[in-house]
Design a protein around this ligand. Sequence first.
Ligand code: HEM
Length: 218
Amino acid sequence: MAVADPSESQRLSARVRAGTSADHDAAQGSGFLDALAAGRLPRDAYVDLAAQHWFIYSALESAAVPMSADPVAGPFVRPELARVPALAADLGHLAGPDFAERIVALPATVAYQTRLDEVAAHSAPAFVAHHYTRYLGDLSGGQYLGPAIARAYGLNGEGHRFFVFDGIRPPSFRARYREMLDDVAWSSADEDAFLSEVREAYRLNIAVLAELTERWTS
Ligand code: HEM
């Protein structure tokens, strides 16, 4: 019988997961993503989500440029994670080649971008926090949501590339990602900064989902 490693619950990957499970439940509970997965909203609501993602990932992936030289944050930056090219292809298909001139960031999206520009681009713990919240989420629940949304809106190959990560096997990627988190040699102050920024990242995502819900269901 395998003996449980007593230090397992102390690992950063376990602490972030346990410490933010209520935040995750709140994000999941916002209902907007479930409503899209069930096809209960107009197709334009999905286009709006892709547009908000385009603004958010543009800021996150701009922050990744300076952070790729950081000894701690750098190894997390991987070209196959980049979502801006996938989102540009999705929006080009869904909203037309001139989508960038027509899409508008919600106020909560602007607040999210500002946080990424001002904090994640300058601090490794904050950058990894935002990186974790988005990409590990996309490679977890996003892997269920993507096919459901594609089915609901009749998207066959085009328009949902955001959810498809070429060159990544989600289960082994998630396992390796957790090992990388556990191997980071941070001070306890840096770990605290990371954990508190993950909670901030959830709050920012929940605010975007709340504004999308307000726009498309009221
Ligand atoms: C309908 C909405 C959602 C569903 C159904 C969902 C579902 C899931 C599931 C099933 C997992 C666990 C996968 C596993 O352990 O292998 C997971 C993990 C995760 N989700 Fe979500 N999720 C949703 C929304 C979100 C949102 C909005 C975010 C943040 C932007 C998010 C971020 C995460 C993260 C970071 C993890 C990894 C937690 C960890 O293992 O450390 N999720 N999600």
